[in-house]
Design a protein around this ligand. Structure first.
Ligand SMILES: Cc1cc2nc3c(=O)[nH]c(=O)nc-3n(C[C@H](O)[C@H](O)[C@H](O)COP(=O)(O)OP(=O)(O)OC[C@H]3O[C@@H](n4cnc5c(N)ncnc54)[C@H](O)[C@@H]3O)c2cc1C
Length: 313
């Protein structure tokens, strides 16, 4: 079994473990939870596809029941973090194309070393390769590795997505960006003395404090949409901190932009992912509008239509 490191813990412990805890059979909980808890298993989340990101429920990877005990899975996933290292993947696949898109999906726990699984890492802006394309070619999955009831995969996925949003919003640890080193650098190089820069930094400090308090309140209220508010605020604040940190670094930051070890340049490039991963800022705003502010639902012309009849890009 592969030794896990910190980034992988997030997927396994924050997203997958709680979902298996909620939806898993006794056998699945016994097989997987101790390994997740002990960081002995690396997991990836096989949700997004080339044609299904924000509109995840339109996913096209197919799982067909071969016999009472097995499914055959064929399709493609993308942006699967740590799939190149993972022992297992939590997979969403379409099991009934004649039902509306949210209704015909089932969740599976996939052995990433099964025959027919091909993983191809993708290079990011920072030069790292944290996420991958995953190709599934007639992969055989035992029915004992189905998580939750058949065609109830959307409900299972909602548990994972809600845990992901809360996990991504908790603290600056989730984004890897915090204001303290930026303030320290501003003091050292004198930019702190400039009134406009001071005003901008003070604004970010106030936002950081407000987010801390909002996180505490969200943790107590445990509403699904609470995670959307804090995920949105955390990711956008982190990007603003990374941008101002790069600006304060000045010529030094610009000079080292191609150096992966330069913290200011790395933070700037890496922070772009934060407003996309775990649901984009636009999608978080829609969730907040509908579920917190009670505004009308976003129109969906495909609601209620069989997935098979829906036109996909
Ligand atoms: C660092 C990182 C790690 C990731 N890890 C994983 C992973 O492990 N597993 C996994 O399954 N996925 C993963 N993803 C994928 C991520 O969930 C998707 O990128 C995200 O949901 C957006 O989907 P998309 O990229 O297809 O963009 P699209 O959905 O095509 O969106 C493109 C743009 O259109 C906007 N848009 C789309 N629909 C609407 C709408 N209805 N209203 C307003 N605006 C809209 C979006 O906000 C975005 O700006 C990861 C992504 C990143 C960046």
């Amino acid at each position: 079994m592969t030794e896990a490191v910190e980034g992988h813990h997030f997927v396994a412990r924050t997203l997958i473990g709680p979902t298996i805890e909620t939806w898993g059979t006794g056998d699945q909980r016994a097989r997987f939870l101790p390994g997740i808890e002990a960081a002995k298993q690396i997991w990836c989340q096989l949700f997004s596809e080339p044609g299904a990101g924000s509109d995840l429920a339109s996913l096209a990877t197919r799982a067909v029941r071969r016999d009472a005990d097995h499914w055959t899975v064929t399709g493609q996933k993308v942006w699967s973090s740590f799939a190149n290292l993972a022992d297992y993947g939590m997979l969403l696949a379409r099991t009934d194309p004649d039902k509306p898109k949210h209704a015909g999906i089932t969740c599976f726990l996939l052995d990433m070393r099964a025959r027919g699984v091909t993983v191809r890492p993708l290079r990011q802006l920072t030069g790292e390769e944290h996420f991958c394309e995953v190709f599934l070619d007639e992969v055989q999955v035992p029915d004992t590795d189905r998580l939750g009831p058949i065609d109830a995969g959307w409900r299972v996925a909602l548990s994972t997505l809600s845990a992901e949003r809360s996990g991504l919003s908790g603290t600056s640890d989730a984004s890897g960006v915090s204001l303290a080193p930026v303030l320290a650098a501003a003091r050292v190089n004198g930019t702190w003395q400039e009134p406009i820069m001071r005003d901008r930094l003070a604004g970010l400090l106030a936002m950081e404090r407000a987010l801390e308090l909002t996180n505490q309140r969200a943790a107590k209220s445990r509403t699904d949409a609470g995670g959307s508010i804090t995920k949105l605020a955390q990711s956008e604040l982190s990007q603003r901190i990374a941008e101002i940190g790069f600006e304060i670094a000045g010529a030094h930051g610009a000079y080292c932009v191609a150096d992966p070890l330069c913290p200011e340049a790395y933070a700037l490039l890496d922070s772009r992912r934060l407003t996309i991963a775990g649901g984009t800022s636009e999608i978080q705003r829609t969730i907040i509008a509908e579920r917190v502010l009670g505004l009308d639902r976003e129109p969906d012309p495909d609601r209620g239509r069989p997935w098979r009849a829906v036109r996909r890009g």
